[in-house]
Write a protein that binds this ligand. Structure first.
Ligand SMILES: [Zn+2]
Length: 157
């Protein structure tokens, strides 16, 4: 059985948190505003995985009203979610991720991001694709007010 999942997340610039995408701390003039570590890649990927497994969403699995999730490394959330999903017998087929941002350029960090995801999901880097695009200066992303990420996953059981 094939199960597809889709996830989308946005975080805004303007806070004091470092820019972390895919567990990589990326040098950036702008900080991120978030209750969590603001990792759009991890959050959209968790939502995609939960979606494929029919497990609701990241907000219901890890409520932001629960103090134990404050400031938590989103890679830990990914590992917890993935453990629950694999316990149901799901296997990962592939992941395709698009990070949408005007600044900064992240191309040189993509290998490291893939490496993190492959560690957290216990899969090969060849199952993971990560790409980055801009909005050609249009909209909130084009004005560098925030960063978005879309993740699509395919699971089998
Ligand atoms: Zn988020």
């Amino acid at each position: 059985m094939l199960r597809i999942g889709y996830g989308f997340d946005v975080h805004q610039f303007g806070g004091c948190r470092p820019l972390i995408i895919g567990g990589v701390n990326i040098p950036c003039m702008k900080g991120i505003k978030a209750h969590s570590d603001g990792d759009v890649m991890m959050h959209s990927l968790i939502d995609a995985l939960l979606g494929a497994a029919c497990y609701g969403d990241i907000g219901s699995m890890f409520p932001d009203t629960d103090a134990k999730y404050n400031n938590i490394d989103s890679r830990k959330l990914l590992r917890i979610a993935w453990e629950k999903i694999t316990r149901q017998g799901f296997l990962l087929e592939n992941i395709d991720i698009t990070v949408i941002l005007q600044v900064p350029r992240i191309n040189t960090y993509i290998y490291q991001m893939k490496h993190h995801l492959s560690q957290d999901l216990n899969c090969s880097v060849t199952s993971i694709n990560i790409k980055a695009t801009t909005t050609d200066t249009l909209g909130y992303i084009g004005r560098s007010e925030g960063i978005a990420c879309i993740a699509v996953v395919l699971l089998t059981r």
